[in-house]
Design a protein around this ligand. Structure first.
Ligand SMILES: Nc1nc2c(ncn2[C@@H]2O[C@H](COP(=O)(O)OP(=O)(O)OP(=O)(O)O)[C@@H](O)[C@H]2O)c(=O)[nH]1
Length: 596
């Protein structure tokens, strides 16, 4: 146990965590030259394609140092704010953290928020100044920022380049010297905290856990404390690049367990595993519940796939503890699920993973935050689906969620950012100069204005020199209205949105225009109308296809027809038939694209 070190790498997005993890893995010769590739731990296709880490990844490394053999359990974590729940669970399995800061960018919003997460768990922080090879690196200035932020000595900061392999040996030495060995009772009752899990169609569910006390051997009878269910530890082991079976996992270590569990509901991330012959008196304190920020419905394109979708959601949830969902019905779309996400990127990733990993074709409906609605009968409703919003004459008041936002930027962009935040109904609370050129702006803003396209616009107006972090603050009264959309006179509940009254007219008009572009033309005219309560506020028309176009499509042009048929075979399109109108996925997201 004295020779184990558990640590994670935390940083703002793109500051070089995954690259640093590669170098540590190389230096400790954890994988062979042949197996080595860039961003080794980002093993999901989606992560590689997008160049971002979505999941935390654990890997065990052996390291011989000063004549002793050490076991280093490393967890690489995502940087994007939508995946911070992954970071917080990883932190709970560690005693130390490498805080990576890009020497050319300096401290950014998630540097600070992830640092606070780590400090909240009393982790030993090792500051790493990365990318010192870049011509634009500002080692002196950024070191000052780090010293200011964590109150360390300048000499504590390790200068490194993950790309060029500079400073790697020093980092490993600091991991051994500075991070404390895990504590715990090697002879105590067994307690293992599940911090991740994954569904494997051949072997059932694999859980990943950190041992706090005692030990577990292959074949032991174990109990999951939250569900009370008992299993045999058919296989246990450690996470090298592949899983490596072991006979025993001891206090302080990280390992995996396979026990033939087939149904996702039996496993809960945050649960404690104990041994039937060394039963723990109580479970380890699990994780804080996730607080979803955005809600949307997910519906199968093919209505007969509802049950399949439920199974896919259960399996995905094993590997994505931040995803929450419950069944819902929509008049337009039938049976589906209301899901809670940590942000728009999270929502996008869930949709992609359902399609790639579980072969589902799904439609995601208009996203919304959750409102507190008091009815005239004094009932309090939590409304996250516009379709659940009571009629205006039954509403006494509506409260909307607010967040505290921190934006770090260069002083030259302050004016433009202030304007953007004010447009989004933000209230400036404070501004602090971090250096002569860098400033932190603190705003209170309605969550609904931030979760959608705010981040993209912030990046555009600051040319990438602004980073954003936010925390949930609470509810405040807001003058919100439901904007209904009707197609050929039929209300389509899955297209409605809840918006601020001041913006409702403008939005209704632009939403109709956008929908006119997005709805495919059909053989008949489609009337698109926006309404607030009974009042129609905008109208657009999608013209019917002309006869000769139809002839081309469906008549003589055989090659075109064949192409069409091939396209249809390739996969179901993300499109849903509502009444006699086909609505493509983009139409459900149109509300997000209204502001240029
Ligand atoms: N010049 C230089 N580039 C680096 C260095 N370390 C990382 N990079 C580059 O920086 C970019 C981001 O690196 P990643 O390792 O993917 O960053 P990350 O922090 O893991 O990103 P997320 O996981 O998405 O938060 C990549 O293009 C890397 O090649 C370095 O030391 N020097």
């Amino acid at each position: 146990m004295n020779n184990i070190r558990n640590f994670c790498i935390i940083a703002h997005i793109d500051h070089g965590k995954s690259t640093l993890a590669d170098r540590l893995i190389e230096q400790t010769q954890t994988v062979s030259q042949r197996q080595m590739q860039n961003q080794l731990l980002d093993d999901m296709d989606l992560e590689r394609e997008r160049g971002i880490t979505i999941k935390s990844h654990a890997i065990q490394m052996d390291y011989k140092f000063e004549g002793q053999q050490y076991v280093l359990n490393l967890i690489d974590t995502p940087g994007h704010v939508d995946f911070s729940y992954e970071v917080s669970r990883s932190i709970a399995a560690c005693e130390g953290a490498l805080l990576v800061v890009d020497a050319s960018q300096g401290i950014e919003a998630q540097t600070i928020s992830n640092l606070y997460l780590a400090l909240g768990h009393d982790l030993e922080i090792i500051p790493v100044l990365n990318k010192i090879d870049l011509p634009g690196a500002m080692p002196e200035e950024v070191s000052d920022q780090i010293v200011d932020l964590i109150g360390c000595e300048r000499s504590d900061i390790i200068h490194a380049s993950a790309k060029e392999g500079i400073g790697i040996a020093e980092i490993l030495a600091a991991v051994v010297h500075r991070i404390p060995a895990p504590k715990g009772e090697p002879d105590g009752a067994f307690q293992g905290l599940i911090f991740d899990s994954v569904f494997n169609s051949y072997r059932g569910i694999e859980v990943i856990f950190r041992v706090y006390n005692g030990e577990i051997r292959k074949g032991d009878k174990v109990k999951f404390m939250a569900t009370g269910r008992e299993y045999y530890a058919d296989e246990i082991g450690v996470l090298r690049l592949e899983k490596e079976p072991r006979d025993v996992i001891k206090t302080g270590d990280v390992g995996y367990l396979i026990s033939g569990i087939k149904t996702a509901k039996e496993v809960k991330v945050g649960d404690t595993i104990t041994r039937m012959d060394r039963l723990a008196a109580e479970a380890i304190k699990g994780f804080e519940d996730v607080k979803p920020m955005v809600f949307a419905g997910i519906y199968p394109v093919d209505t007969s796939e509802f049950e399949e979708l439920r199974e896919a959601m259960e399996k995905l949830q094993l590997n994505d503890a931040a995803l929450i969902w419950e069944p819902e019905t929509s008049a337009a779309l039938g049976f589906g699920f209301r899901c809670g996400f940590l942000g728009m990127l999270h929502m996008e990733i869930v949709q992609e993973r359902l399609e790639r990993e579980f072969d589902m074709t799904v439609i995601t409906t208009v996203p919304s935050v959750q409102f507190n609605v008091t009815t005239t009968k004094e009932e309090l409703l939590k409304v996250s689906a516009p379709s659940e919003m009571p009629e205006p004459n039954h509403i006494e008041s509506i409260e909307e969620p607010f967040i505290a936002a921190q934006i770090i930027t260069k002083s030259e962009y302050v004016g433009a950012i202030m304007k953007l935040c004010m447009d989004k109904r933000g209230i400036l609370k404070n501004q602090v100069y971090l250096t002569s050129d860098r400033i932190e702006l603190q705003f209170e803003m309605p969550l609904s204005e931030v979760v959608f396209d705010f981040f993209d616009r912030l990046k555009t107006i600051s040319r990438g020199y602004a980073s954003l972090d936010y925390q949930y603050l609470g509810f405040k009264e807001g003058d919100m209205v439901k904007l209904d959309i009707m197609l050929n006179g039929e209300k389509v509940d899955a297209l409605s949105a809840i918006v601020h009254r001041d913006k409702a007219y403008e939005w209704g008009k632009r939403l109709c225009e956008k929908l006119r572009e997005l709805l495919p033309r059909q053989q008949f005219e489609i009337a698109i109308q926006a309404a607030i309560g009974q009042k129609i506020i905008a109208r657009e028309t999608v013209k019917a296809l002309r006869k000769d176009v139809l002839a081309k499509c469906y008549g003589g042009d055989i090659s075109r027809k064949r192409k069409l048929l091939e396209k249809q075979k390739k996969g179901k399109k993300r499109m849903r038939q509502v009444g006699n109108v086909e609505i493509p996925q983009e139409a459900f997201m149109a509300v997000l694209k209204l502001e240029s």
